[in-house]
Ligand binder design. Structure first.
Ligand SMILES: [Mn+2]
Length: 424
């Protein structure tokens, strides 16, 4: 289904007076208002194709109704999110969960709802139908060259699908690791991974990048072959210019200072992109901003500071994507909440008084530095985000509009109450 703009406008109209009052209040205190609104309007976050269905755990899965049963329906769902928030103009595909059998038709459908294709993701953490070798003991790091070759070929195939869709990045996350001490020779595993990635790197089109994701544990619990940003950075450095590190917020041990990692990767020109989610304990894949919104703000503060220091375009020089899996909420509602949380944190980072902060840092004024950051963080910027969305033609309140238009009810009527999306 596609949302008609006049219906969104009608609902906006009812909320306009209330919005204007809130916007005027916050706008008055913002010196760089036009700049903030322009940047917010330009900022988009990609939606992963696997987040549009209800996620499961290893214990069970409780599907919702009206889930997309095909790639076409997933594109429609992202189109709904984009129509409402005007901040989700791309979709990221996971191969082989979402193989585009007819790329030109898929591309045309996406364009119709205002979408393009973000990074494509390979999958060597599961055995695929009809594949010769098993990934039980890993893929790109495997001790057997034949298994590594199969995994390399899969990645190259994913690049080909992506190229047909106009994507320009391959995102690689490996489950490779070990469960027990002694199982693996760490150097051997790293060298094999590097060699495999080099072969994939050679197959990248000129304007493509490969994003190397890291994760400290799960599904392996003793070691992970690309376990932290240091290991990812080492691989990306050895590979070359087109390789960079991908930071997934959930892929850190508890209390890791992610903002510091981000700052240094940016400094080195090695920050590829982001997978947003939130967590309490591990890779919990919870809604962005639902557990620790202050950390999200601190990360965005470093992102803005670091990108400005290198003269980068916030909206396009880094890949922004949600990587979460929702097992309780309506997936579309959850994604709307996630994008909103990201934009709020970004807006707060944009209003940090950077000149004052630099001065406080230069004079070791710890108290003032904290005040400056928290002044921005405690500003209610929601009306700024809403205003930028209104200017872009979206809904003042995407979540309320989604509910008012009974989008899920209509999807259930269209697709049925028992559909199950492909994916995990
Ligand atoms: Mn991820």
């Amino acid at each position: 289904m596609q949302l008609e703009k006049y219906k969104i406008d009608e609902i906006n109209q009812q909320q306009l007076a209330d919005h204007k009052r809130k916007f005027d209040y916050v706008a008055e205190g913002i010196s760089n208002l036009d700049d903030v609104l322009t940047k917010l309007e330009a900022f988009n976050v990609a939606i992963p194709s696997w987040a549009l269905g209800t996620g499961g755990t290893r214990f069970g899965r409780f599907s919702g109704g009206g889930e997309p049963g095909s790639l076409e329906e997933k594109i429609e769902d992202v189109g709904v999110i984009q129509a409402l928030n005007k901040s989700s103009n791309s979709i990221s595909l996971h191969i082989p969960w979402d193989i585009p059998s007819n790329p030109s038709a898929i591309k045309a459908l996406a364009a119709q709802v205002g979408l393009r294709f973000d990074a494509v993701n390979s999958n060597t953490f599961q055995n695929q139908k009809d594949q010769k070798y098993s990934y039980k003991f890993g893929s790109l790091h495997h001790v057997d060259k034949a298994v590594r070759k199969q995994a390399v070929e899969h990645n190259i195939e994913v690049i080909k699908y992506g190229a047909e869709l106009g994507s320009n990045a391959l995102s690689v996350w490996l489950a490779d690791g070990s469960n027990f001490p002694g199982q693996l020779n760490f150097r051997g595993a790293f060298q094999n991974t590097l060699e495999s990635l080099q072969e994939i790197y050679e197959a990248l089109p000129d304007d493509w990048k490969v994003w190397v994701e890291y994760k400290p544990y799960e599904p392996n619990f003793y070691s992970t072959t690309i376990g932290d940003w240091g290991q990812s950075y080492l691989l990306a450095s050895k590979l070359g210019q087109k390789a960079q590190t991908l930071v997934d917020l959930g892929h850190h041990l508890p209390n890791t200072n992610i903002e510091q990692i981000v700052s240094l990767l940016l400094m080195e020109g090695k920050l590829a992109g982001f997978h947003f989610n939130d967590s309490k304990y591990g890779d919990d894949d919870l809604t962005v901003g639902s557990i620790n919104p202050y950390q999200l703000f601190l990360i965005f503060n470093e992102l803005v500071e670091g990108m400005d220091a290198r003269g980068m375009k916030h909206a396009t020089d880094i890949g922004w994507m949600i990587d979460a899996s929702h097992n309780l909420k309506d997936p579309i509602e959850d994604l709307i909440q996630s994008v909103e949380a990201i934009k709020i944190a970004y807006a707060q980072a944009l209003i940090v008084d950077t000149a004052k902060l630099k001065a406080a840092q230069a004079s070791n004024d710890t108290v003032q530095a904290q005040e400056i950051l928290q002044q921005a963080y405690r500003t209610d910027v929601r009306a700024l985000v809403a205003e930028s969305r209104l200017r872009a033609g979206g809904a003042l309140n995407p979540l309320a509009t989604f509910r008012a238009l009974d989008v899920r009810g209509n999807l259930i009527k269209e697709r049925g109450a028992t559909t199950v999306a492909t994916g995990l």
